[in-house]
Ligand binder design. Structure first.
Ligand SMILES: [Zn+2]
Length: 54
């Protein structure tokens, strides 16, 4: 999985090491909503709770 990069200047996500708009160096940053692990983890925990009868 390629790491997502972020331009603090333009507040945009990109895959380029430098921003195509302002030519600033981008930083590695993954937005939380792009993480499938967290997303499914929430449902897994909920399901487990239901199965345990809590
Ligand atoms: Zn930029």
């Amino acid at each position: 999985m390629p790491s997502l990069l972020y331009c603090k200047n333009c507040k945009v996500y990109t895959l380029d090491k430098t921003c195509s708009k302002c030519k600033e160096k981008t930083v590695s940053k993954n937005p939380p909503r792009f993480s499938p692990q967290d997303h499914y983890g929430k449902y897994r925990r909920k399901l487990k709770k239901l199965q345990n009868g809590e």
